[in-house]
Design a protein around this ligand. Structure first.
Ligand SMILES: Nc1nc2c(ncn2[C@@H]2O[C@H](COP(=O)(O)OP(=O)(O)OP(=O)(O)O)[C@@H](O)[C@H]2O)c(=O)[nH]1
Ligand SMILES: [Mg+2]
Ligand SMILES: [Mg+2]
Length: 299
């Protein structure tokens, strides 16, 4: 049968291209994660393993696209910032957004077991993530976007930390909520300090600031290699942008070489897991670490 009779339907497909020369932020967010976290009994308000799993999934996305300048994750969301000049899929919106969401989701499933094995925590139902692409025309817009997300985690985490401490001290959820109604940040800091002896600034930095992912040079196995490195820093102030100029300007020089064991547990966790897996499988330590390297080494 002639194909041409049906081929006209192809014209119904609309292809939206993302505006050239603007930053593309693809943000994924867990669907109904309030419920998902409850069903899986994640620790409240922060579950270290669950957040690590988000970070691993984020790293997997970063490894797949070399045009991502920076990744930023907190709670059940991750933002991936594609460079202004990124030509990924000729900037086709549907293709990019759906691929990032599906890769993130499958990576979340893929890494689940290795993270939650020691807790014997089985996945009870499949998680899903939505995704959107937002364009930011100026560097300032982009910085403000990332600042907005980091301010968001600060506000939520301060509230949640105070709320769950009140509940742990015997208040009902409703009473804790009432107690916090209309309070300012300073009031919450004060409650934490005077009632629970907690200095909020000493709470784990990943909970307070979220996780930044950047491609960096790392000393590993006696040579410099490219890794996706998790950083826990303030990105609202100028210091971050001076310290990591390559985020906004691809050509900017950065000679900082990170050490593999600089941050014992967080970073490059995937690398360590890969090494463990290879040992278990009786493979040599020099097997290519393709999962972790931006440019898989050829050894
Ligand atoms: N216990 C626990 N819950 C978490 C953690 N991180 C995120 N969450 C939950 O995930 C929710 C994320 O918020 P939202 O994305 O606004 O809400 P959602 O339920 O995912 O709903 P939609 O995104 O609209 O589908 C939080 O409100 C928490 O309930 C965690 O580390 N521990
Ligand atoms: Mg969500
Ligand atoms: Mg969310």
């Amino acid at each position: 049968m002639a194909l041409s009779r049906f081929e006209y339907v192809k014209q119904f497909e609309q292809e939206e291209k993302l505006l050239p020369n603007s930053w593309i932020v693809v943000r994924i967010d867990g669907k109904g994660f309030h419920r998902f976290c409850n069903v899986h009994a994640f620790n409240k308000p922060n579950d270290l393993d669950a957040l690590q799993l988000m970070n691993l999934a984020g790293m997997t996305v970063m490894q797949e696209f070399n045009e991502i300048a920076i990744g930023y994750g907190q709670s059940d969301e991750y933002s991936f910032v594609f460079r202004r000049e990124a030509s990924v899929y000729q900037r086709r919106r549907d293709k990019l957004v759906s691929y990032v969401a599906s890769l993130f989701t499958s990576a979340y499933m893929f890494h689940w077991k290795r993270i939650f094995d020691q807790r014997a925590l089985a996945m009870r139902y499949p998680p899903s993530f939505d995704a959107r692409a937002v364009l930011y025309p100026t560097d300032e817009n982009l910085r403000d976007y990332l600042s907005w997300r980091q301010a968001d985690v600060h506000v939520n985490n301060l509230y949640n930390t105070t709320f769950w401490n009140l509940v742990a001290s015997g208040l009902s959820n409703a009473d804790a909520e009432k107690r916090l109604q209309g309070t300012l940040a300073s009031d919450k800091n004060e409650i934490l300090f005077s009632q629970f002896g907690i200095n909020y600034n000493n709470e784990p930095v990943m909970y307070r600031k979220g996780t930044i992912l950047l491609p960096k040079s790392v000393n590993a196995d006696g040579k410099k290699q490219r890794f996706i490195v998790p950083l826990f820093e303030d990105l609202i102030g100028d210091a971050f942008w001076t310290k990591h100029p390559e985020v906004l300007d691809k050509k900017a020089k950065t000679d900082t070489v990170y050490e593999l064991d600089e941050h014992k547990t967080q970073p490059v966790i995937l690398y360590q897991l890969e090494v463990q897996d290879r040992r278990k499988a009786g493979m040599s330590k020099t097997e290519p670490k393709a999962k972790v390297l931006l440019e898989p080494d050829s050894s």
